[in-house]
Design a protein around this ligand. Structure first.
Ligand SMILES: [Mn+2]
Length: 392
């Protein structure tokens, strides 16, 4: 089985009031090209189809148009979608019968039949290719029929679902699970705000075993953990998402075989840029902003020094913004005191890319030396090492 895994589309999202439809449309165009090129059996969209659980009619229509656009370009393709925490699960569930007429599967919530969990509803069979187990985001996993224990419901649900799939799988076909979850141990460094907190993180062992690939949504930074993967968001949703966005192509030969994972990069119409004044004068800084933001297309946010935070500066910013046609202004913020202090010091300036590669302890020690003009003591170093290990 071959499929493309994507998630976290957030249709209907605006960034500081700017509409993002054109970017989403541009993404879907690239997705269709990839589908035509790689001919996958299925397209899996692992939740957060919309940005809001009460989307406008316009967003609703736009979403439908884009899904139908994919289906019309690739009629053989199976499209399978689950609701994420941003989605209105009952809305997606209500629409699912209509979607089904078009050969598109949507699972909005955990299904019941005669007050029993209807596992079959979550199992989508792609003839002679494989099984897709579609698990939407939920706060509520059903009670266990015997010896119910609320802390074990989640693990129980996954184990029963996988057991059911295993019973059906007489052809030894690949089994792929979809879930919109906060996978314990995932890198959430680039996630501005997670609706689901750390307490709700799902440990790998609760997801059970028996699947060949877990197509996850929720965390926007693409990453693989064993057989589980976040494809990441196709466009940057906020200013922290400065990385390469992509969709994931997966090939699985047969059940219990290692999935073959390929990242298919996406171009974005707009990047996101945080521009800091730093040591430049406000005049020089705004000149740089004008040049940079006219030379490329981006959403830009300015961080100005507190000493320049006056109404005159605000006027200067607005005057500069007027001359920037290529890019979209998203306001300014005033640099935090510590940041200011920082820029006055003679120290290494790292790019975000460099920082990602950098050992956090080494960086902290460098900073300590700058601040206190002395080496970090052993106890502090030990404490920091522990904290860093725990957050990794
Ligand atoms: Mn999301």
């Amino acid at each position: 089985m071959r499929f493309i895994h994507t998630a976290d589309w957030h249709f209907g999202q605006t960034l500081k009031g700017h509409d993002r439809k054109a970017e989403h449309e541009f993404f879907v165009g690239q997705l269709i090209d990839y589908i035509i090129n790689y001919e996958p059996d299925a397209l899996l969209i692992a939740g957060d189809l919309y940005d809001s659980n009460t989307p406008s009619n316009e967003t609703d229509n736009f979403f439908r148009q884009q899904i139908l656009r994919i289906k019309q370009a690739c009629p053989q393709l199976h499209i399978i979608m689950i609701a994420g925490n941003h989605d209105g699960y009952s809305k997606h569930e209500a629409d699912s019968q209509l979607w089904q007429l078009g050969g598109i599967d949507v699972v909005g919530q955990i299904a019941f039949n005669n007050q029993q969990t209807d596992y079959n509803r979550h199992i989508i069979y792609i003839k002679d290719k494989g099984y897709i187990l579609a698990v939407p985001f939920t706060h509520y996993f059903p009670p266990m029929p015997e010896n119910d224990n609320i802390t074990e419901r989640r693990a129980y649900f996954f184990s029963q679902l996988l057991k059911r799939a295993d019973e059906l799988n007489t052809q030894n076909l690949p089994i792929v699970m979809m879930a919109h979850i906060n996978y314990q141990g995932a890198n959430i460094a680039n996630q501005e705000s997670l609706v689901v907190g750390g307490e709700d993180a799902t440990p790998a062992e609760e997801l059970g075993s028996g699947f060949d690939y877990l197509a996850m949504g929720h965390i926007h930074f693409p990453q693989t953990h064993d057989k589980a993967r976040y494809s990441g968001s196709p466009i940057p949703i906020n200013f922290t998402e400065t990385y390469q966005h992509s969709v994931t192509l997966v090939d699985i030969k047969e059940h219990n075989q290692q999935p073959d994972i390929t990242t298919l990069p996406l171009n974005n119409l707009f990047e996101v840029c945080t521009l800091r004044q730093g040591q430049a004068t406000i005049k020089d800084f705004l000149q740089e902003v004008e040049q940079e933001c006219n030379a490329k297309r981006c959403y830009y946010k300015l961080i100005i020094n507190a000493s320049d935070a006056t109404s005159a500066t605000e006027q200067d910013i607005l005057n500069t913004v007027k001359h920037i046609e290529q890019s979209r202004y998203c306001g300014y913020e005033i640099a935090a005191e510590t940041e200011l202090k920082d820029t006055n010091l003679q120290h290494n300036n790292y790019t975000p890319q460099q920082l990602e590669q950098y050992d956090p302890l080494k960086l902290a020690k460098e900073y300590y030396k700058e601040q206190f003009n002395d080496d970090m003591d052993e106890e502090t170093e030990q404490l920091l090492t522990e904290i860093i290990l725990n957050t990794k």
